[in-house]
Design a protein around this ligand. Structure first.
Ligand SMILES: [Zn+2]
Length: 432
């Protein structure tokens, strides 16, 4: 029988990580004769929800086994309880871990559930309806929502290779040779992404605090990520193991279903009404249809571009809809595409037709008088056009957001290669 398992909320603010638990679980499955049929999946859910767990990621595992569904649920949940009690201490920090398992064929019913979980808010009632519809076996509490959502994942994917530290090193500072990371990143661009912040000259791959993850590198080709293990040099430490996850990161999954309510993602064409640069450098764009768009300073080139927008410009904006005490709600922009720029013009009094000197207005509709020779004449105002300092095109936040698709990224699938790489890494994980 083929089953799909979802897992969520196994970390805590200080220790542990749901991906780390999943990697441990794959080892337990191996001992129990449960076969992993695909890479584990690391699924990010709605990034706009403020009460999300760190990173808001859950896990999906596709397995095959002779055991019945209840038996597998018990194996997973026993391992879960062990992890949240003894490794992450998640329960102590009020985490609400959960898991779900469905027959392979039922997972298609959960595609809608995933779409809602990545773009909106899911209620308890909505969750219960889908548990019934799919005959899912569930354990735990709130984490069941992320678990069901992960099971329903469908769409473009990227990969992330995560390395895990030995437990005695979890509190140690992470030290990496930046040059080796840059060499890796430059060699494989544009098939790798979000690994280095070139503006600030620092790695983006390092995890923080007591998390078992040392680093995670992201790309679209698992074979390339595997090369990273050898190319990227870490200092004074040896990693314990690693795993490659398939992921919806970098795929724009949050705009599968854009909306206009708080915590949804706005994605639509608007016309600029006015632009306000507030002290400190954040930009507020007001639109003809009454939206308030914030383009924060931290977004880098997106913010610089927004400062140059003018009334009448047509743009497509993508961003999180957030509640605001001052503005009711705002859109926190992460990407803006400029469709058309209005003409930047200035109206000047016409030049004197006799001597060419500048003129002054005599009064409304009364014409002009030359400032030098005094000649009075009627004429239209002179229109002076200035070039705009920005180009049409797409501008995106510099700030890394898990789901936002880097502009250069192109997806493709190579199932044969994927299978080869998966077998290779399972071989390393399970026989070390
Ligand atoms: Zn004159």
């Amino acid at each position: 029988m083929k089953y799909i398992i979802g897992i969520d909320d196994h970390d805590s603010p200080n220790r542990g990580c749901t991906t780390h638990f999943a990697t441990n679980l794959i080892k337990i499955f191996h001992k129990d004769g449960i076969k992993l049929l695909d890479f584990p999946y690391l699924i990010r859910l709605n990034p706009n929800i403020p009460w999300k767990t760190r990173g808001n990621a859950s896990i999906k595992l596709i397995v095959e086994s002779d055991k019945d569904i209840e038996e597998i649920a018990d194996i997973v949940w026993n391992a879960s309880l062990d992890y949240v009690n003894n490794v992450s201490q998640g329960l102590k920090y009020g985490r609400k871990p959960g898991m779900a398992i469905v027959n392979y064929e039922s997972s298609i019913i959960l595609e809608n559930f995933y779409t809602k979980a990545v773009s909106d808010v899911i209620t308890q009632g909505f969750m219960e309806k889908y548990i019934q519809k799919t005959n899912a076996i569930v354990r735990g509490s709130r984490g069941i929502i992320g678990s069901l959502a992960a099971i329903g994942f469908e769409g473009n994917y990227t990969f992330e290779l995560l390395t895990y530290r030995k437990e005695e090193n979890w509190e140690k500072k992470r030290e990496i040779d930046l040059d080796s990371l840059i060499a890796f990143d430059e060699k494989f661009f544009p098939k790798v992404f979000a690994n280095v912040d070139y503006t600030k000259k620092r790695p983006l791959i390092l995890s923080h605090g007591g998390d078992p993850v040392f680093y995670g590198i992201r790309g679209i080709d698992p074979e390339i990520l595997l090369k990273g293990i050898d190319m990227i040099q870490i200092k004074d430490e040896e990693i314990e193991n690693f795993m490659i996850f398939k992921s919806n990161q970098g795929t724009d999954a949050h705009i599968i279903k854009p909306g206009d309510k708080v915590y949804q993602t706005y994605y639509g064409k608007v016309t600029i009404k006015d632009v306000e640069i507030i002290p400190g450098g954040d930009v507020i764009l007001r639109t003809e249809n009454g939206l308030t768009i914030f383009v924060y300073k931290e977004t880098g080139e997106l913010n610089s571009m927004a400062k140059l927008l003018l009334s009448g410009d047509e743009i497509v904006v993508l961003g999180a809809i957030k509640p605001s005490s001052k503005y009711g709600r705002i859109i926190d922009a992460e990407r803006i595409e400029i469709l058309s720029l209005s003409n930047k013009v200035e109206y000047k009094n016409p030049k004197c037709p006799i001597c060419g000197h500048s003129s002054e207005s005599i009064g409304k509709n009364k014409g002009y008088r030359c400032k030098k020779c005094g000649y009075k004449f009627n004429s239209e105002k002179e229109i002076i056009e200035f070039p705009r300092d920005i180009c049409l095109g797409t501008y995106q936040t510099r700030y890394y957001r898990h789901l936002t698709k880097p502009i250069f990224l192109e997806f493709y699938n190579d199932y044969k290669k994927e299978t080869e790489v998966l077998n290779k890494i399972l071989n390393i994980l399970l026989h070390n």
